[in-house]
Design a protein around this ligand. Structure first.
Ligand SMILES: [Ca+2]
Ligand SMILES: [Ca+2]
Length: 236
């Protein structure tokens, strides 16, 4: 690390610097001394980004600006003789993802599995299940960019959101989290009987939402194709 005095003459002695320490422990301890100018400005570099910090002068909380891995102390920090500055790692700033899972025709969908993925495709380690009104909420997500994946068993399609950007202390709604339902007649299988159901209602206004499988407002061959592509596989 470096701690750079911006106003001389001053000396900065680094007593401790270990940014691997967990939340609540003092990572950095340094003594700032000046013999001439009481107002001293200095910067601590090489701090981990995306963390929060608790900064103290002689044991009392103070504020400073944090900018991309550095703490900047401007010249308002008065130092009389030697003063001790410490930096603790604070709680990591987090945000919330919240939304409603729906059938593609916009009816709320309960019991859907919601899984959060990192941008590289690895699981982030947080999941949720949509409630009776289709809503879900995932808390304490580190600021960053993610994907939301929605599934509900084999009879439904799946949905992966566009990249969702989580920012600290805010709630983001990914939107467009809707699933198609391929088991039109609800018998647990996806097969030709479901096609028959659609054909029976071909061209009519959607009497039941499930006939309009792809949610475009029409019951036609596109719905038949959508179901046929997801027929149950018959094992040899
Ligand atoms: Ca069926
Ligand atoms: Ca349709």
């Amino acid at each position: 690390m470096t701690a750079r005095p911006a106003s001389a003459p001053a000396t900065i002695t680094v007593n401790k610097f270990d940014t691997s320490l967990p939340i609540g422990q003092v990572m950095i301890n340094l003594t700032v001394n000046t013999t001439k100018d009481n107002n001293i400005a200095f910067t601590i570099d090489d701090l981990p980004e995306d963390d929060s910090y608790i900064i103290k002068k002689n044991g009392s909380n103070i504020t400073s600006s944090l900018d991309e891995g550095r703490v900047v102390f401007n010249s308002t920090f008065t130092v009389s003789g030697a003063s001790t500055f410490t930096v603790e790692k604070g709680p990591r700033p987090t945000g919330i993802i919240s939304d409603t899972v729906r059938y593609i025709n916009q009816t709320p969908l309960a019991g859907a599995n919601v899984t959060l993925y990192n941008q590289d495709g690895s699981p982030y380690g947080k999941t949720a299940v949509s409630g009776a009104d289709g809503t879900f909420q995932i808390n304490n997500i580190s600021a960053g960019s993610y994907y939301v994946n929605i599934t509900k068993g084999k009879n439904y399609g799946f949905n992966v959101s566009a990249a969702v950007n989580v920012t600290a202390n805010a709630t983001v709604n990914p939107g467009s989290l809707s699933l198609m339902y391929y088991d039109v007649n609800g018998d647990g299988n996806i097969n030709v009987l479901d096609l028959s159901e659609i054909v029976a209602h071909n061209g009519s206004a959607p009497a039941r939402p499930v006939y309009d499988v792809n949610g475009d407002g029409l019951i036609d061959t596109r719905d038949i194709d959508a179901v046929r592509e997801h027929f149950d596989k018959i094992e040899p």
